[in-house]
Ligand binder design. Structure first.
Ligand code: ADP
Length: 193
């Protein structure tokens, strides 16, 4: 089984690419953002808790996120590969994920792919997305800025964690969806060889 993390700033295209790649390689795609949005729509207890954070562009606390993530992961067995999209987003979560994989599969992360992109491009993409996605967290420039600040403060540091483990790969997330897709496919195919 192969474990691949997609991480990078909001708007870097992780979700779009995770959809393509999971379909192409028949991997399972786990997106914490999607899980949270589903809870919000269904107005579950968890949905009510996380909505306050998400609508402000803040990260949901680690414990809440990890509990939900573990519960979701436990529903899936006999899979060829997993794409982690949006988890881990903090150093604490990265350490938790290592523990979870060790316990559940006796395995570890094979690849952590960092989507590298300039902040100016993100702001443009997210403002454009807000017009079609209807997502609360895309709705104002202030919230978008918050998400980017949270990312630099809490998520970017996980790149050092994976660099030390020698599984970090950086890909350029600028350019067309097709170009990024090809870059990702090459990286993953090389790893599968
Ligand atoms: P994007 O990558 O565009 O920011 P996501 O759909 O991945 O969007 O996540 C949306 C929101 O869900 C985040 O801004 C955050 O509030 C919450 N979220 C998702 N994953 C995590 C996580 N691992 N830890 C904490 N909060 C998270």
């Amino acid at each position: 089984m192969i474990h691949i993390i997609f991480f990078g700033p909001p708007g870097s295209g992780k979700g779009t690419q995770a959809n393509y790649i999971s379909e192409k390689f028949k991997f399972f795609h786990l997106s914490t953002g999607e899980m949270f949005r589903k809870h919000v729509i269904e107005q579950t207890l968890l949905g009510n808790i996380v909505q306050t954070y998400m609508s402000k562009g803040l990260l949901v606390p680690d414990e809440v996120t990890t509990n939900m993530f573990k519960e979701e992961l436990n529903k899936h067995n006999n899979i060829k590969g997993l794409i982690y999209d949006g988890y881990p987003r903090t150093l604490n979560q990265a350490k938790n994920l290592d523990e979870i994989l060790k316990k559940k599969f006796l395995e570890k992360i094979n690849l952590s792919i960092f989507f590298s992109i300039k902040d100016e491009i993100l702001i443009k993409r997210l403002s454009k997305r807000s017009k079609i996605s209807g997502r609360l967290d895309d709705s104002s420039i202030l919230i978008i800025q918050n998400r980017i600040t949270e990312y630099h403060k809490k998520t970017k540091p996980i790149s050092d964690f994976y660099k030390e483990k020698k599984c970090l790969i950086t890909i350029k997330a600028e350019g067309s969806i097709y170009q990024v897709k090809k870059r990702l496919e090459n990286v993953i195919l090389k790893k599968l060889k």
